[in-house]
Design a protein around this ligand. Structure first.
Ligand SMILES: C[S@@+](CC[C@H](N)C(=O)[O-])C[C@H]1O[C@@H](n2cnc3c(N)ncnc32)[C@H](O)[C@@H]1O
Length: 430
C-alpha cells in the first residue's frame, strides 16, 4: 500500500471515530485512559469530547511542562493532552494541537470553547510537515500517533526543526519488542489500532538519534495492551454509555469498530509479547553559542577508559519494579525510569530493588541495612554507585546520575529527618 493511501485510510477511520459518540463520560473510555496513566483528577478536568480512549500512555507524565512554555501536541485528536498541558503552561504559555483529521479538530475546538481556553490553538496538518517556524517550541508531546505515520524519520526531522535548542520530546507510543506475526502485520485493523505501523524499540531509538536527538530513552511502561479491549467488552454495553447514550449516530458503528477491530486483533495473538506502550524522551542539542535552557548530556558511550559503573537503586515498596504500572503514577517515577534506561544505554550496569518485592536485597547490602535500621524507610529511595551511597530520600536527576557515573563526587548527604524530631535515631549522626 502506498504511503498516501495509508494516510488517507487512517484519516477516514479517525474521522469516523471523531463523528461517533466516544466520550470522557463513559466509564469504559475512562478506564482505558486510567490504565494508560491518567489520574482521576486529570480526567475530571476534560470536556466530554476530548477523551475517546485513543491514548496509549500519558506523555505529560514525563514532559515536565513549565509555566510560559510553548508546547506542541502531534496528532492531538480531541485535544485531551492539549487541555492538560494548557493548565501547566498558564496564560503566559501556549499549546498548539496539530491533527490531519478535520473531524478531530472540530471536537477539539468544541472542547476549547467549553473550557474557555485562550492559550490553545489547533491546526490541521500532517505531522511530517509542521506548519510551525524553526526553533519555536519548548516541548513536543504526542500520544499514540507516530506509529500511524509511514515516514517516522520525516516526523523526527520536523520535531528537530521546530524545537528550540535544548527543547525536549516526550512521547507515548506503541513500539515493538519483536517483529509481528505476518497476519498481524498485514491487518488493516491492527494498523488503524496502532499496532502494525509500530517499529522495533531499537529502531525507534536509532531514528531519533539519526534525526539529531540526544539523551534518547525509549522505555517499555509494561502496561497491558489489552486495556483497549475494555471499550468493546461486555462491560461496555452492559454498564455504560457507549452503546446507549453515545448518540446512536452512524459514527457510533464506526467508533465501535475501531476498538472492536483492535480487540479482535488482540484476541488473535499475544500483543504484550510483541508490542509495548513506550515512553520516549529525547533532547535537541543546544548549540554552544546559544543559552542552554535544558542541560544537554554528554552522550559518549562507555569506552574502555571510562569503566562501567554498577548502579543500584533501593526503592520504597512499590507495585512493580519501576512503580509506573498503576493508574496514579508519581510523575517522577517514569522520568527516573527513563533516566535509568538512559544510564543503561550508556553501558552501565543498573539494578533496581523494591522493598515490597526484594526485601532480601535490602538486608544483604550492609550499608542499606544499616541506613534502614537507623533512618527507617524515610531514607528511600537510595542510589548506590560502585558501593557508595550517592543519594537518598529523593530520586536524583539525570544530570546527577550522569555526573556520578562519570566520577563526580556525590553531594553531601543530609541526615534523614525522623518524625520524632531526631534526625536519625541512634546512628549518632547528629
Ligand atoms: C490514536 S489517535 C490519538 C489521539 C490523541 N493523541 C489521544 O491520545 O487522544 C491518533 C490521532 O492521530 C491523528 N493522525 C494520525 N496520523 C497522522 C498524521 N500523519 N498527521 C497528523 N495527524 C495524524 C489522527 O487523526 C488521530 O486524531
Amino acid at each position: 500500500m502506498s504511503e498516501r493511501k495509508i494516510i488517507d485510510d487512517v484519516r477516514d477511520q479517525y474521522a469516523g471515530v471523531a463523528r461517533g459518540g466516544l466520550s470522557n463520560e463513559s466509564n469504559s473510555i475512562r478506564s482505558i485512559a486510567s490504565a494508560f496513566g491518567y489520574s482521576e483528577d486529570e480526567l475530571n478536568q476534560l470536556p466530554s469530547e476530548a477523551n475517546m480512549g485513543l491514548s496509549c500512555g500519558n506523555p505529560l507524565a514525563l514532559a515536565g511542562i513549565r509555566e510560559g512554555e510553548v508546547v506542541v501536541d502531534l496528532g492531538c485528536g480531541g485535544g485531551m493532552d492539549v487541555f492538560l498541558a494548557a493548565r501547566k503552561v498558564g496564560t503566559s504559555g501556549r499549546v498548539i494541537g496539530i491533527d490531519m483529521t478535520a473531524e478531530m479538530l472540530e471536537r477539539a475546538r468544541a472542547g476549547q470553547e467549553k473550557l474557555g481556553l485562550t492559550n490553545v490553538e489547533f491546526h490541521q496538518s500532517t505531522i511530517d510537515r509542521l506548519p510551525l517556524p524553526d526553533n519555536s517550541v519548548d516541548c513536543v508531546i504526542s500520544n499514540c500517533v507516530i506509529n500511524l505515520v509511514p515516514d517516522k524519520l520525516a516526523v523526527f526531522h520536523e520535531i528537530q526543526r521546530v524545537l528550540k535548542p535544548g527543547g525536549r520530546v516526550a512521547l507515548s507510543d506503541i513500539a515493538l519488542k519483536q517483529e509481528l506475526p505476518n497476519e498481524v502485520k498485514q491487518s488493516v485493523e491492527a494498523y488503524i489500532g496502532c499496532i502494525s505501523g509500530a517499529i522495533l524499540i531499537d529502531e525507534y531509538r536509532s531514528l531519533l538519534q539519526q534525526a539529531g536527538f540526544a539523551s534518547v530513552a525509549v522505555t517499555d511502561t509494561g502496561v497491558d495492551l489489552n486495556a483497549y479491549a475494555m471499550a468493546s467488552d461486555g462491560e461496555c454495553c452492559g454498564e455504560v454509555s457507549c452503546c446507549s447514550d453515545a448518540g446512536g449516530s452512524t459514527g457510533d458503528t464506526e467508533q465501535k469498530s475501531l476498538h472492536d477491530g483492535l480487540a479482535s486483533v488482540m484476541r488473535s495473538f499475544d500483543a504484550n509479547a510483541y508490542a509495548a506502550s513506550v515512553r520516549v524522551h529525547a533532547l535537541k542539542q543546544s548549540s554552544t553559542h546559544e543559552s542552554n535552557p535544558l542541560p544537554v548530556l554528554n552522550l559518549q558511550p562507555v569506552t574502555e577508559e571510562k569503566a562501567m559503573k554498577s548502579v543500584q537503586v533501593y526503592d520504597k515498596p512499590m507495585c512493580c519494579s519501576s512503580g509506573v504500572c498503576g493508574p496514579d503514577v508519581d510523575p517522577v517515577l517514569p522520568k527516573f525510569a527513563a533516566d535509568l534506561d538512559w544510564i543503561k544505554n550508556q553501558g552501565h550496569n543498573v539494578e533496581r530493588y523494591n522493598l515490597a518485592q526484594q526485601p532480601q536485597a535490602f538486608i544483604e547490602n550492609k550499608a542499606i541495612h544499616q541506613l534502614l535500621s537507623t533512618s527507617g524507610t524515610d531514607c528511600l529511595p537510595v542510589v548506590v554507585i560502585d558501593g557508595e551511597i550517592v543519594s537518598q530520600t529523593t530520586y536524583p536527576s539525570r544530570e546527577d546520575l550522569a555526573g556520578w557515573v562519570a566520577g563526580s563526587p556525590a553531594k553531601q548527604l543530609l541526615p534523614v529527618a525522623k518524625p520524632d524530631g531526631g534526625c536519625c535515631g541512634n546512628s549518632g549522626c547528629c
